[in-house]
Design a protein around this ligand. Structure first.
Ligand code: NAD
Length: 414
């Protein structure tokens, strides 16, 4: 069975289309990206040599508003992965009811083996190449794996300099000093924690009673760990791409964050024992938060997961087979399009603030984010209960249904 991100996204859509009873034509329209751009990104390296990178931007759907989605820097990124991520953005934006379609971008660069100057030149050239496709009313980028607020600042600057005036709303997840939003850096993690809390509460379990394992200690995983730790949960296992640490009594997350800030990895942390990073997915915990890569939980891993809840911080961490095995074993999966939607919600707030040139307080942002996550969670839980669907199917059905409704109401031109 094809376990790629695109095959997983297509299978999830097919399941939703079947539940909704749409015909083959509507299915194909929903499955097919509206626009795709593939660009060559030549990079002059610091030593004077040249490297040819490949860049992609996909607008999967733009019926509900401009394309919205992250930009990924990874040596492994390709057009199909970007297509899958763009499709998930479409359902996610519809599910949390922000007025966007879904988009995603990627560049085939390993940020760990390139200097800051090389990353800046790559970002500016990529931005310049995809310029006709992006803009505050067309397609708005945000950070994803391998990119950060600095990357968003370079994109905003390149776009603005070419236009001749400052256009902050072309990216979200920017530094505060140039129009970023309070609360954006931690928004995805906050949303993950909000929905984890909601799922536990539905089962009569308190967050402060649970043990948690987290795969990935980047932008999503590290802040989720810190929030859970501060709310009294015991985070006992954490991995990154280099290794993992466990401590059955709970890891000291602030100390681990200081360690990774200094060394770039969780390995070597003296407040826990080193283990193979695969062991984190099958750790003896209540809640597992995959917050790293797609396809991490296949059938094999799923058969050994000990957690009762899998809350998907990452995009597409569970394959179709993995999903089936988890469901058979009674593990509840809170799906990515719901669980990690906090990032795009606060990205939307950042875009609204930039368009209005009026800034909200952090308390306003946190409260409005909490409301939107709660509304989306309740809608998914209600649909799941009333129709006997998994939370994944319920979330996808709601998102797909709203996009199809927009298509219906707008009609087909010409
Ligand atoms: P990041 O680059 O900041 O961090 C990724 C982390 O995963 C790093 O700690 C890295 O070492 C680790 N990692 C990579 N391969 C691993 C492996 N095989 N095993 C264990 N750890 C591994 O990226 P991020 O922004 O935190 O994104 C993580 C996931 O969350 C991605 O799937 C991304 O698409 C998704 N996501 C991110 C956001 C956001 O706002 N940043 C929003 C929604 C979804």
């Amino acid at each position: 069975m094809d376990t790629s991100a695109l095959a997983t996204a297509q299978a999830q859509l097919a399941a939703a289309v079947e539940i909704l009873g749409y015909d083959a034509g509507v299915h194909e329209m929903l499955a097919t990206p509206r626009r795709e751009m593939r660009v060559a990104v030549p990079l002059r390296r610091d030593d004077g040599s040249f490297e040819l990178l490949h860049g992609y931007r996909v607008q999967h759907n733009i019926s509900r508003g401009p394309g919205k989605g992250g930009l990924r820097y990874s040596a492994a990124v390709d057009m199909d992965e970007v297509r899958a991520l763009a499709m998930w953005m479409t359902w996610k934006c519809a599910l949390v009811d922000v007025p966007y379609g879904g988009a995603k971008g990627g560049v085939t660069i390993d940020p760990l083996t390139h200097s800051l100057g090389e990353l800046e030149r790559t970002t500016r050239r990529f931005t310049s190449e995809i310029m006709p496709m992006i803009g505050p009313e067309r397609d708005i980028m945000a950070p994803d794996v391998g990119t950060d607020e600095r990357t968003m600042g370079w994109i905003m600057d390149t776009f603005s300099v070419n236009a001749g005036y400052t256009i902050p709303a072309v990216t979200t997840g920017k530094p505060l000093a140039i129009g970023g939003s309070l609360g954006r850096a931690t928004a995805t993690s906050r949303g993950v924690v909000d929905v984890a809390d909601a799922a536990l509460t539905d089962a009569g379990v308190a967050l402060s009673e649970v043990k948690v394992a987290i795969q990935g200690f980047g932008k999503v995983g590290s802040h989720a760990a810190a929030m859970l730790h501060s709310m009294g949960a015991s985070v006992t296992a954490i991995s990154d791409q280099f290794g993992a640490v466990v401590n059955p009594d709970g890891l000291d997350i602030p100390a681990l964050m200081a360690h990774t800030a200094a060394t770039g990895k969780v390995v070597g942390f003296d407040g826990g024992d080193p283990v193979d990073h695969a062991a984190v997915l099958t750790a003896d915990v209540d809640v597992l938060i995959p917050a790293a890569v797609a396809g991490a939980i296949g059938a094999e891993v799923a058969s050994q997961v000990k957690a009762r809840w899998v809350v998907e911080g990452a995009n597409g961490p569970t394959t179709v087979e993995g999903d089936r095995v988890l469901a058979d074993r009674g593990v509840q999966v809170v799906p990515d399009v719901l669980a990690n939607a906090g990032g795009v919600v606060v990205s939307y707030f950042e875009w609204v603030q930039a368009n209005q040139a009026y800034w909200w307080t952090e308390a306003e942002i946190t409260e409005r984010l909490g409301q939107r996550m709660r509304t989306a969670y309740d809608a998914v839980a209600a649909r799941s209960r009333s129709e006997g669907l998994s939370m994944r199917d319920a979330a996808t059905v709601i998102g797909v249904g709203r996009v199809a409704q927009a298509h219906r109401i707008r009609g087909l031109y010409p």
